[in-house]
Design a protein around this ligand. Structure first.
Ligand code: FAD
Ligand code: MLT
Ligand code: ZN
Length: 427
């Protein structure tokens, strides 16, 4: 799929040799995967839209092992694809050619948790849902939540700067991540794993790696601030003409219920809402959220999906959906708009029975031009990865692009980390 639909040339990296495999076996004994069947799942992305042909996957358990792997690959000029839960939406998580897959699957230990401040320090391969469970047992919650929680890793979340379902309430990872440990392309360990709320000692280097999609370093550990578990949670699921799911979280059930009912009275009086349902108990709350969280999965069963993830002024959020329905007509099976309303983030998804170059031609660059016309962003939360790297310039000026290229060259001069991703190929 990869090379047919997205033409790209392999860069002159070395090819993994028997000696390399022996070296990896010394670094990660018993954790060098070369079995093609076992590799298959890591070579294909969640959406099954891009496929690589890596012949080797490494499963380090410690930062030191990651450092040894990268030092070796850097010296040998071997390309590396960092991989977490492989739930990414933009083809960044799988190799394009034969890059070595460096999986964080076995880096799944909690390092510390502070029961008063709510600061969690853990390895990058911890699964988000398991971390949620861990902190909830201690009366805190993770500041982020997403439909992929059962598979995605916290390192992957940080590497993509995932937004998700709690963004409006608890803010971006750029605010909640307090520290990171990162292994640079040459194997240097950058220990910025502090747990301080305030730290103005020069440039805030960790921010560079939040959203860098594995192109600047491998995140090995994360320090993150968890909010206290809310004592009262209300979920409202309303209709007319859109479905809106609202969650409130606060500390006094009576007070929160009162505020929510006065809001509902108001929107019903004004005819903004015609029908809906409320939930406070955990089982029903989860059921209502599942309706929202499983849209991605439902769409992936509707055929070939063209996915866009854009930031727009909230008042224009749905215009592009209506516009495209008219523009595409019967070429599209469904044109669907959902997302994160409070964040001004539209997930525009177009489905068709099969891939069609003419449908793609009707969508692109139209969607990107439309978005740029609103001063929006062509990637609100999924990143650029492999599929969106060439549209970066719709949302960033040439000087920003140039600085990004310079930072990449500084941190990864041989370009071994996640090549072909995030940055457009140099002319
Ligand atoms: P992967 O998919 O494995 O990797 C993603 C990128 O990060 C790749 O470029 C990879 O190289 C890099 N990477 C992974 N781990 C590391 C590391 N330790 N160090 C350096 N680089 C690394 N995204 C949202 O933002 N909001 C949502 O609401 C949301 N919902 C989703 C719902 C579903 C059902 C699915 C399938 C996906 C959803 N996503 C969402 C997209 C995806 O889950 C997120 O991008 C997630 O954060 C990726 O984490 P991962 O561990 O699966 O990373
Ligand atoms: C979501 O909000 O459901 C995710 O970002 C995944 C998607 O866009 O489908
Ligand atoms: Zn989303």
């Amino acid at each position: 799929l990869t090379r047919e639909r997205y033409p790209v040339q392999r860069l002159p990296f070395s090819v993994v040799s028997e000696e390399d495999l022996a070296a990896f076996e010394r670094i990660t004994p018993g954790r060098v995967v070369t079995d093609p069947e076992e590799l298959e799942a890591s070579n294909v992305d969640w959406l099954r839209t891009v496929r690589g042909c890596s012949k080797v996957l490494l499963k380090p358990q410690t930062t030191e092992e990651v450092s040894h792997i990268l030092r070796y690959c850097h010296e040998r000029n071997l390309a590396v694809n960092p991989q977490g839960g492989n739930t990414g939406m933009v083809g960044g998580s799988v190799p394009v050619f034969d890059e070595i897959i460096l999986s964080t699957a076995l880096m799944n230990q909690v390092i510390s948790f502070h029961g008063v401040s709510g600061i969690l320090v853990c390895q990058a391969g911890c699964i988000l849902e398991e971390l949620s469970r861990y902190v909830e047992e201690r009366d805190f919650i993770m500041p982020l939540d997403l439909g992929a929680k059962g598979s995605c890793h916290i390192g992957g979340n940080v590497a993509t700067n995932a937004g998700g379902l709690r963004f409006l309430r608890y803010g971006s990872l750029h605010g909640t991540v307090l520290g990171l440990e990162v292994v640079l392309a040459d194997g240097t360990v950058l220990n910025c794993l502090t747990s301080l709320r305030k730290d103005n000692t020069g440039y805030d280097l960790k921010q560079l790696f939040i959203g860098s999609e594995g192109t600047l370093g491998v995140i090995t550990a994360v320090s993150i601030l968890c909010p206290p578990k809310p004592r009262a949670v209300n979920v409202a699921f309303l209709e007319s003409p859109f479905y809106v799911l609202i969650e409130t979280s606060g500390s006094r059930a009576g007070h929160d219920a009162e505020k929510l009912s006065s809001f509902l009275e108001h929107v019903l009086d004004f005819g903004l809402v015609t029908d809906g349902t409320l939930a406070t108990d955990q089982r029903r709350v989860k059921m209502l959220w599942a309706l929202r969280e499983r849209i991605t999965e439902a769409l992936s069963r509707d055929g070939c999906v063209y996915k866009y993830d854009i930031s727009l002024p909230v008042e224009r959020l749905y215009d592009l959906v209506s516009d495209l329905r008219a523009r595409l007509g019967p070429q599209a099976k469904h044109v669907v708009g959902y997302g994160h309303l409070g964040d001004g983030n539209l997930h525009l998804n177009v489905t068709a029975e099969a891939f069609s170059a003419s449908l793609l031609g009707a969508l692109e660059p139209y969607v990107y031009e439309w978005t740029a016309g609103q001063q929006g962003s062509v990637s609100a939360e999924h990143g650029l990865g492999f599929k969106k790297k060439d549209v970066l310039s719709y949302s960033k000026p040439p000087a920003a692009l140039q600085l990004m290229q310079q930072l990449k060259a500084l941190l990864d001069p041989k370009g071994i980390l996640n090549p072909y991703k995030t940055l457009p190929a140099r002319a």
